[in-house]
Every structure is written in C-alpha cells, then in structure tokens.
Design a protein around this ligand. Structure first.
Ligand code: ADP
Length: 507
C-alpha cells in the first residue's frame, strides 16, 4: 500500500467513462478496503500518471484510443526494466488470446469486460498486488544470496591462492624430498584447489554479468580461429579418452560480431562439457554455418554422443547450479555455472543458445550470434561503452562526427584517439559511412568543453561535415541509443541491428 492514508491506490486507464464508473462502483462495494482512484482515458496519460503516482494496481483497458494495452506494458517495462507490473488487463469477450499475450508481457492477471463481478475484480487486484510483492521479495532474496556468494568468493580467493602455492612448493620437492604416495596426495590437493578456484571465478563472473557489467567489447571476429584453437587445445585430452573431435565450417563463413574472450569462454565450456560427459570412444563434432538466406546470423553446433539430457532437465539446464544426477560430495562434475554464464553471454550478444537431446543418443548445443557488419558494430560499440560507463558510474559523452569521405579516415581516427586520455574513452570508425564515433569520459561540468575541444582539434586538421553530441547524464541507455540511431538515420547514414532469430529459424 503506498498511499499515505493507507488506501489502495488504483490507476484506471479506460476510454469508456461508464466502464471506469463501473469499476469504481464495484470496488467501493468492498467494505473491507478503501481505495483511492486515479483515472484517465488515454494510454499516454496513463503512463504519465503511473510515473507520478506509483499506484498499487493498474486496471488497464486493452483497447485504448492512442496505444494498445501491450504497448502500454512494453513502455512501462522500458521505463523501469527492474520492476514488476501490478497490472490487471481488461479485454473484450472472445479476446482471450490478447489476454494471454498480456500475461506474457508482464500483466499479472486479466478480466473479461462484460463478465465483471465484485468478487472477480477484488481477487484480481489482490492477486496482482500479492504477486508483485512476492516477485520483489524473491528478487531481494536472490540478490542477498548472490551478494553473500560473491563476498564469500572474494574472501576465499586469496587464502586459496596461498594454499595452492604452498602445496605446489611441497609437491615440487622444494621443502624436501617426498615419496610417490605423498606426490599423489598433493596432486589430488592441487586438482581440488583448481576446481575450487574455477567455482570461485565462475561465481564472481556470473555475478558481474548478472549485474549488467559483463565488460563486453564486441568487434569483428573470425570464428574459424576460435574453433581451430579450441580443437587444438582439446585434442590431447580427447585423445586420452579415445574420443574423436571434429571441427568443420565452410570456407566462406562470415566473420561474427562478438567479444572474442567471451565467445572463447562459451565454446570452451560447450566443448568441455561434451568431452566431459561423453564416454570413452565417443564422438564430438563442432560445425559452424551461416543461418538463413540473409546470412544475418552465424550458428555453431556442438554435437556429442554422450548420455544425453532428459526433457525435464533440458528446460532447466541453463539455470545456475543445475547438474543432472549430481551427488553430494566430490565428483568429476564441474560447477553447474558454465551453461548459465554461456546463456547470459550469448543473450548479451543478441544471440541465442539452445539444446536438443535424446537421452541415450547424445546432445546438440546450438549457439547463434549476429554476423559482423560495420553498422552493427557501431551500435554494439555504443552499447558496450555506455553500459561500461553506467556500471562504473562514470559519465561519457558520445560524439558522432561526419567526416569528408575523401579524408584519410584511419589517420583521422588515430589522431582523435591520441586526443583521448581516460580509461573509458574510445573511438570507432564507420568507414562505409565516413562516420567517426567518439566516446569520452567526462565530469558533468566539462561536457561541452570536452566535446568542443575534441571537435575543434579535429576540425583544425581535417574537414568535418556534421557533428552531433549525445550526453550520457541521466537518460537511460536505451533512450540514448534510440536517439543516436535516429540521428544516424536522419543523416542518411543508416545503422541497423538485426532482430533476434526466432528459435524456428535455428532449427
Ligand atoms: P558443469 O559442467 O560445470 O556442471 P554446466 O552449467 O556447464 O556446469 O552444465 C550443467 C549440467 O548440464 C552438467 O552438470 C550436466 O549435468 C549437464 N550437461 C551439460 N552439457 C552436457 C552434455 N554435453 N551432455 C550431457 N549433459 C550435459
């Protein structure tokens, strides 16, 4: 309850004044609660009222004159992606499909107009408020758990490094000669130090990724190199287990847009799992191909002839700490975090990861990521740097500089790069559009000064055809990116990002 007088504050967004009056009438019949109503007949006004009054619940008509109920939900979510929406959608009779869609978009419940009763309305509102409260509580608990894990992990890291160092010294005979049996014991201790160290690193890594700070730097990457290196690294251990490891891709495989360190992490995890879970004499096949006619995505598949994964687990396998048949105590298994990290990483790349498996006949993991294009790299560059600035709580300005196509473009970029001084500063040349993107970290008071210093310095040496500056001060990143996209598009320099592939395109 957020109204200061203890009332439940209900926002009614419906263009029919009779319907609004009906909801009010029904609710005021409920003597067990007192309500405070705010109402309007347009979606835009409803969004504004929501921001200003933070109601406990919203009764939202699906068909509004300006925007429909689903767009209303989308806009609420983009306003505050972290929060849950206490919305009950009201749809016409026979419109159940829309109602289901609304639930998928974040509404807590729906009611059919024309079939309204006091009891139905009361229960829907109570449920919506209760579910939002529960979701918030669950998120709070998740965050406490995650904070605890990451603090504990940090604290464990240093002593673990010291233990490993001393065990290693004794194992190598530095502190005196040791027997074969003692060597075996110390080897086992070292192996377990390494396992613990991987667990700690995975927990800290996942924590960072989940906090929205993955430190991505997406650039043009030749996937073939990653796959070839992976094969080279895994071959010795596969041979030990008499497993066949094959890697294949077409010669014309296009480059991809990704953070190569993160992409290696994903491929190594998937091939590592295939190796780990496939028994001796099995087969692991890694293939890469272009997806769809337009070639907007590249797909990597890792197939194995291992035990497979039951349907029940396939749905949960990308969740943290999910391990099939995990026994308590030491075992050959890993941390149960690898696939969760992989999913987060691939989603942040605008891609998808999925598993297909028949128990007893192996598993196929499919990763899909965007193919490289200069235009997509430009948007990724802005996203990655603005996200890093937000995570580091620093402020950056983005300057989009149109250059004369005849200028020595790379030279202008080098020159500009040398003008920059701070850690978060960066440049990207969009050659085909003769655009130079500059990100410069700055204090609030210096924004305009920094922008004009950079632009003036470039202008004194090279011709500039246009400049636009966007400041990363208070706006959410999505709004800024939209504006930048619009600026680039209205200058005739179109930058587009591909839509995520539908899973039906992947298979
Ligand atoms: P880890 O491998 O460290 O346990 P992951 O998150 O990478 O953690 O994998 C989670 C679980 O998914 C594994 O413990 C295993 O039960 C199952 N799994 C992953 N890959 C495969 C595979 N190729 N074949 C069979 N099971 C797999």
């Amino acid at each position: 309850m957020n109204a200061s007088n203890g009332n439940l504050r209900v926002l009614i967004v419906d263009d029919s004044s009779e319907d609004r009056a009906l909801y009010r009438r029904l609710m005021t019949q409920d003597a067990s609660k007192s309500y405070e109503f705010i109402e309007c007949d347009q979606g835009e006004d409803g969004l504004d009222l929501f921001r200003r009054h933070q109601p406990d619940c919203v009764l939202l008509d699906y068909s509004l004159p300006d925007i429909d109920g689903l767009e209303f939900l989308d806009r609420l979510k983009s306003d505050s992606p972290e929060s849950f929406l206490p919305v009950v959608m009201l749809t016409g009779q026979g419109n159940e499909k829309v109602a289901v869609e609304a639930m998928k978009c974040g509404a807590q419940d729906y009611l059919t107009k024309g079939l309204l009763t006091l009891e139905g309305l009361r229960v829907a509102i109570e449920n919506a408020i209760g579910r939002v409260a529960l979701q918030r509580k669950a998120r709070e608990l998740e965050s406490v758990k995650s904070d605890f894990l990451s603090t504990a992990s940090h604290e464990l890291r240093t002593p673990l490094t010291i233990i490993r160092e001393f065990v290693s010294l004794v194992r190598d005979g530095v502190a005196g000669s040791i027997t074969v049996q003692q060597t075996e014991c110390l080897d086992s201790a070292l192996q377990n130090c390494d396992r613990l160290s991987k667990l700690i690193n995975d927990i800290l890594d996942l924590r960072r990724i989940e906090a929205g700070d993955p430190g991505l730097r997406r650039t043009r990457v030749e996937l073939q190199l990653i796959l070839d290196n992976c094969r080279r690294d895994f071959l010795p251990q596969c041979e030990k287990k008499r497993q066949v490891l094959e890697v294949s891709y077409p010669t014309e495989l296009p480059p991809v847009l990704c953070d190569s360190y993160r992409m290696i992490q994903v491929v190594v995890n998937l091939v590592g799992n295939a190796h780990k879970f496939t028994p001796e004499g099995g087969r692991i096949v890694v293939t890469a191909s272009t997806l769809g006619d337009t070639g907007e995505f590249v797909q990597v598949q890792i197939r194995d002839t291992g035990p497979g994964i039951s349907r029940e687990f396939q749905g949960r396998i990308f969740e943290k700490f999910t391990q099939i048949g995990r026994q308590h105590g030491p075992g050959a298994m890993g941390t149960g975090l690898g696939l969760s990290i992989a999913k987060n990483i691939i989603t942040m790349h605008g891609g998808q990861i999925a598993v297909e498996s028949t128990p007893g006949s192996g598993s196929t993991f499919t990763v899909t990521i965007p193919a490289y294009s200069e235009a997509r790299e430009a948007i990724a560059f802005l996203e990655d740097h603005l996200l890093a600035a937000t995570a580091a709580n620093t402020k950056s300005i983005v300057i989009v500089i149109g250059l004369d196509a005849g200028s020595p473009l790379e030279e202008v970029e080098r020159f500009t790069h040398e003008l920059l001084r701070r850690r978060g500063d960066a440049t990207l040349l969009v050659k085909s559009e003769a655009l130079l993107l500059v990100i410069a970290e700055t204090e609030e008071r210096n924004e305009t000064a920094i922008c004009s210093r950079i632009v003036r310095a470039i202008q004194s040496k090279y011709p500039i055809t246009g400049v636009s500056a966007t400041l990363n001060v208070i706006e959410p990143m999505a709004v800024q990116l939209d504006r930048l996209r619009n600026q680039l598009q209205s200058s005739g320099r179109v930058v587009s990002t591909p839509d995520r592939p539908a899973m039906s395109d992947v298979y």
